[in-house]
Design a protein around this ligand. Structure first.
Ligand code: ZN
Length: 235
């Protein structure tokens, strides 16, 4: 069993967030979970990308996610329990499509120098301008590496202080949900802290983001001609 809010919304197993392998969608984004029936209509928690890819119809989720991600502040009509309701949804505002390929679509943000790659099979990747520059220079995209918090299903004892990422995922029994991740030679996992009373683990992780090759090829060319937009909030 995984701690509530830290279980994959598809398989129910622990799902620590890792750029390119598992990410979280909060319930207020109102992204429908097409694989589920019953009263929990919307995704509200993390998803293993490997679980998304294995859905019978991954495109259905991808279309739901894309509708939210490319929207801004629109009314959103949904059928709940046989009745139609109109809810207010705040999208992510990636409003301009700049690429559509065999594997993915790419969108530019409406007011920031940010991009979103959405695979037709479900996974998605956010990119900022520094990451776009890495692509332009022919280098792999590295994750931003901020602090990640994960609630352990049970207290693992003192071992957790010495674990690497592979040990953590192995202990949680979910190595198979993160294919090829721990084989990355430049994986940088850093334990930050663990708070036993609430079983809260915090760590830093920098990994290479597994962007589809067609996205990299397009963005390399795109970055060379992209003129960054300066917005009032830029410094
Ligand atoms: Zn899963």
């Amino acid at each position: 069993m995984a701690a509530e809010g830290h279980a994959c919304e598809i398989c129910g197993r622990p799902a620590p967030e890792v750029d390119g392998w598992a990410a979280r969608i909060p319930g207020y984004r109102l992204v429908r979970a097409p694989w589920r029936s019953g009263d929990r209509w919307f995704v509200d928690g993390p998803l293993h990308f490997s679980c998304l890819r294995e859905l019978p119809d991954p495109g259905e989720f991808s279309r739901e996610f894309t509708a939210m991600a490319t929207g801004s502040h629109e009314p959103f009509e949904v059928e709940i329990g046989g009745a139609r309701e109109v809810l207010a949804r705040n999208g992510l505002d990636y409003r301009t499509e700049i690429f559509s390929g065999e594997l993915c679509r790419i969108f530019r943000h409406g007011t920031m120098n940010r991009w979103l790659v959405v695979e037709h099979s479900g996974p998605w990747y956010g990119l900022d301008q520094s990451q776009l520059k890495e692509i332009a220079a022919g280098r792999p995209v590295r994750s931003a590496g901020g602090e990640t918090v994960f609630v352990m299903p049970e207290d693992p004892g003192d071992d957790i202080y010495h674990w690497g990422l592979g040990d953590l995922l192995g202990h949680l029994g979910v190595l198979d949900r993160y294919p090829a991740l721990i084989d990355q030679p430049d994986l940088a996992y850093e334990f930050f802290e663990y708070y036993p009373p609430k079983r809260v683990l915090a760590y830093f992780l920098v990994n290479t983001v597994p962007l589809p090759e067609e996205a990299v090829a397009f963005l390399r060319d795109y970055a060379a001609r992209y003129e960054p937009v300066r917005y009032p909030e830029d410094h």
